[in-house]
Design a protein around this ligand. Structure first.
Ligand code: NAP
Ligand code: F7E
Length: 349
């Protein structure tokens, strides 16, 4: 029996695909907004998609774009969801320096369009905003809900606008609107140009003798990296609370890009010095040096305690990329998944 309806922007992304899978496993009817592209852009959700002509289909896709208010209004009006998860974004920090206006349009103004459309609909729709640890920028670590923001990129400034607007609509219009301030979270579905996935793919390609070098930027930057499936569960949890609120989500650990490189190369038994090169084109005009979550509030209020941390994450991602490259996985990552998630709701990649 269908219990609730959810609408997800960014359903074709890493988080959107896991969230859709999670909500379907909970019995939801899931609606997703996808963008028209000249090539297929639904590879992350193909395994949960069924022909809409079949009976009982609970995943429904709609063409739309966060830059297009008319379509957003129509979808919100016609679908009448109980919950909206706003995950759609130009989400690449480095790219936001190249396309700052576009990033603002989608990330900041796009959120305005969605919030306005909910307000005008007059319906009681619970709203989740994908806020980001990037908003903390140069603020001293560890960062919690009370840490003053100091954004360092067009992406972070746009996310901060959306964060404040979400709070404004909660306070001004009594809307159930939450900010999940998520620290970096990764998986085998992570976009190929984010640093963790770039590294795990490269190692698999090097092992398969299809790549000679891996070019990276700032190896000293430190991040709090968690595992994406655990993070989408907590998005849902935020919308099930009695009162709307904002939460920091992270592991409470920080590691450098260099440590990630070391972990991954050691795992497959390759010597990184032979393969890793620095290319300054990957440096950012302004860098975020250290992010580390203080996740106390989400632990106490939501019971959030991540089961996967840095080392396991690296192994899970390498095993998946080895498989994708046609190689035998090392196996530790696969074993961790089996042991820690015996009742997994997501398909292993
Ligand atoms: P992602 O893999 O880059 O996915 C972004 C999604 O947004 C894709 O479905 C993309 O569609 C869609 N999108 C891009 N431009 C759009 C537009 N103009 N209109 C509608 N949809 C658009 O990002 P993610 O890692 O899943 O992250 C999900 C959200 O959380 C994003 O808002 C991100 O900024 C935020 N966030 C991510 C992290 C993290 O570590 N992953 C941490 C904090 C916050 P296409 O597939 O067509 O490109
Ligand atoms: O960079 C450094 C880079 O692009 C991490 C997004 O999901 O998380 C993500 O943003 C670090 C940075 O992620 C390369 O300079 C070195 O310090 O993987 P990233 P990000 O910028 O932290 C936040 C929370 C979000 O909200 C975003 O949407 O790695 N780095 N060398 C590199 N980064 C990249 N991409 N490529 C390199 O070659």
């Amino acid at each position: 029996m269908v219990t609730k309806k959810a609408l997800i922007t960014g359903i074709t992304g890493q988080d959107g695909s896991y969230l859709a899978e999670f909500l379907l496993s909970k019995g939801y009817e899931v609606h997703g907004i996808i963008r028209r592209a000249s090539t297929f852009n639904t590879s992350r959700i193909d395994h949960i998609y069924s022909d809409p002509h079949e009976e009982g289909v609970r995943l429904k896709l709609h063409y739309g774009d966060l830059s297009d208010a008319e379509t957003i209004n129509n979808i919100v009006y016609n679908v009448r969801p109980d919950e909206i998860y706003n995950l759609g974004a130009q989400s690449h920090v480095r790219v936001s320096f190249d396309v700052p206006e576009y990033t603002t349009n989608v990330v900041a103004t796009g959120t305005t369009r969605l919030l306005e459309s909910i307000r005008r609909s007059g319906n009681h729709i619970r709203f989740y905003q994908a806020s980001s640890s990037e908003m903390f920028g140069s603020a001293s670590p560890p960062q919690s809900e009370g840490t003053p923001f100091a954004p360092r990129s067009p992406y972070a400034c746009s996310k901060l606008y959306a964060y404040w607007l979400t709070k404004n609509y909660r306070e001004g219009y009594n809307m159930f609107a939450c900010n999940g301030i998520l620290f970096n979270h990764e998986s085998p579905r992570r976009g190929e140009t984010f640093v963790t996935r770039k590294i795990t793919r490269a190692v698999a390609a090097i092992a398969a003798k299809k790549q000679e070098h891996l070019y990276l930027g700032n190896l000293k930057a430190r991040r709090d990296w968690g595992y994406a499936p655990e993070y989408v569960e907590v998005m849902w949890k935020m919308l099930q609370q009695e009162r709307a609120d904002d939460f920091v989500i992270g592991t409470g650990e920080t590691h450098s890009v260099e440590e990630f490189v070391d972990e991954v190369f050691d795992y497959v038994g390759l010597k990184k010095d032979r393969y890793v090169r620095i290319d300054p084109k990957y440096f950012r005009p302004t860098e975020v040096e250290v992010l580390i979550a203080d996740p106390l509030k989400s632990k106490e209020a939501l019971g959030f305690e991540p089961r996967i941390k840095f080392r396991e994450l690296a192994h899970i991602m390498v095993d998946a990329d080895m498989r994708a490259a046609g190689l035998e996985p090392v196996g530790e990552g696969d074993r961790i998944l089996e042991q820690r998630f015996p009742r997994r709701w997501w398909a292993v990649d």
